[in-house]
Design a protein around this ligand. Structure first.
Ligand SMILES: *Cc1c(COP(=O)(O)O)cnc(C)c1O
Length: 454
């Protein structure tokens, strides 16, 4: 009997609801609070900048299942289901008895999982009478996904891209412009926040924090304009649950159930997406699956951060969020996995870590690229530098199985491909990359202005 390599759902079998883990959590995530009044925020407060429906989903701790709008399902069909693939060649290269599966979220027009949430966010914005959406982007995966989704639903998109990455990675801003978005290097002269920074430092390279400030300012000063975010928030993880819900059906087709589920971790959206539908069975049915979030050693909020109320952005414009954090002023090293260079973890994940339902592991930069290269040379897919962290964590687990002889079933999420990130592979193959060790003093400095209690 020939071995089946990949498992694909027919369109008629695609999930029609997202899964909201908040409803099943024994301890609910703490609420976001207003920085000045210290009062919990309601969805109406958040709706001043985000689409209202997303704000309701953000704070929904009641409904475990939320219908995917028909128009979003229609667009999901352009690229979903994504394949669940058994990584035979990687298993063989490692000589492991483990069964390794990956969910391939790189096979869509944008090359990463981000499109799964960009579509509903733009759909809801349009429904609510919004004409414009805005956001920030670092490496550009989120900006690219949003630009495409905005075009599909008839919205104008304005994306602030960190100036230095715009210069270093020109292709993603070209992708955004091809989809019709207006892309501005940040800091820019088009906002007060940007002007202030440029006046002080005309050669400022930009940062994600500054770009967020510019996008939020544009949303609050432009009529019918909403701000959107590609990670961290609860409603983004909700939309991403489509990944795990499909994977659950596909694992069933493969006749297996995962002992371990792994994803890389920036703000938690692709992790939550693949993990939560399986974690549901740990909470409700006593399953014992282990959940591992792989973060970079240079930005280790899960393994070395503190649980605090902290700002979501560098400038301190956002509500205070309950999160494992390195401090909003923490400056991560300039690693190539741009999508993982974020100081905090989402509210749901932060509570789940406190409750012992999952844990983080930290991966040094060189180990991540070694894993990515092995994966390329076995499975034939060049992974995004972010996704390399999930592969490295998977390889660690598979090697443990080799030692113990356990035939564990490991499932990881391949969050994106790396074809637009080839300069980072160039640096790795040339031996120009290094690891970044983080010292206790740097961790303490990041948290210096984040009070222990509010
Ligand atoms: C943005 C991104 C990430 C990190 O974001 P999460 O919200 O933690 O998933 C990981 N992988 C890829 C390919 C990304 O584009």
């Amino acid at each position: 009997m020939s071995k089946q390599k990949k498992f694909i759902l027919q369109e008629k079998d695609l999930p029609t609801q997202w899964y909201n883990i908040q409803a099943d959590m024994v301890n609910k995530p703490l609420p976001p609070i207003h920085p000045a009044t210290k009062q919990p925020l309601g969805w109406e407060d958040l709706a001043q900048i985000f689409p209202a429906e997303c704000c309701k989903q953000e704070l929904d701790t009641e409904h475990a299942w939320i219908d995917i709008p028909e128009a979003v399902l229609e667009k999901y069909k352009y690229y979903r289901s994504t394949p669940l693939v058994r990584a035979y060649a990687l298993e063989e290269a490692l000589g492991t008895p483990a069964h390794i599966y990956f969910k391939n979220e790189s096979v869509n027009p944008l090359g990463s999982h981000k499109i799964n949430s960009a579509l509903p966010q733009c759909y809801y914005a349009k429904q609510e009478g919004t004409t414009n959406v805005t956001t920030e982007t670092g490496a550009g995966q989120w900006g690219a996904a949003l630009s495409y989704a905005a075009k599909i639903f008839g919205l104008e998109a304005a994306v602030y891209q960190v100036k230095i990455t715009m210069q270093q990675k020109p292709y993603r801003s070209l992708i955004m412009r091809t989809f019709g978005a207006a892309v501005t290097g940040s800091p820019s002269m088009s906002t007060r926040a940007g002007k202030d920074i440029i006046t002080k430092d005309p050669t400022h390279p930009g940062s994600l924090g500054t770009a967020i400030s510019e996008a939020v300012e544009l949303a609050t000063t432009t009529p019918n304009c909403k701000y959107t975010l590609g990670s961290v928030l609860n409603h983004v993880a909700l939309h991403q649950s489509i990944i795990g819900l499909e994977a659950e059906k596909q694992m069933e087709m493969a006749g297996e159930y995962p002992d371990t589920v792994i994803a890389c971790f920036g703000g938690g959206s692709n992790f939550g997406g693949i993990a939560f539908p399986f974690m549901r069975h740990n909470i409700l049915d006593g399953k014992q699956t282990e959940f591992i979030a792989a973060e970079p050693s240079s930005c280790p909020k899960l393994t070395r951060g503190k649980f605090r109320y902290d700002f979501g952005d560098e400038a301190g414009y956002t509500p205070l969020l309950p999160m494992y954090t390195l401090g909003h002023e923490f400056k991560p090293a300039n690693i190539h996995a741009g999508g993982l260079r974020y100081h905090g973890a989402g509210m749901i994940v932060s509570q789940l870590i406190k409750d012992g339902l999952m844990h983080g592991v930290d991966i040094p930069q060189l180990e991540s690229f070694e894993a990515g290269v092995l994966f390329s040379r076995t499975e034939g897919i060049i992974p995004a530098p972010e996704s390399c962290h999930a592969i490295a964590a998977t390889i660690r687990e598979a090697k443990k199985c080799k030692e113990t002889g356990e035939e564990k079933v490991i499932l990881f999420n391949l969050s994106g491909h790396g074809l637009i990130d080839m300069p980072s592979y160039d640096s790795f193959l040339n031996g120009d990359l290094r690891n970044y060790e983080l010292f206790e003093e740097e961790l303490n400095a990041g948290l210096a202005n984040v009070p222990e209690t509010i």
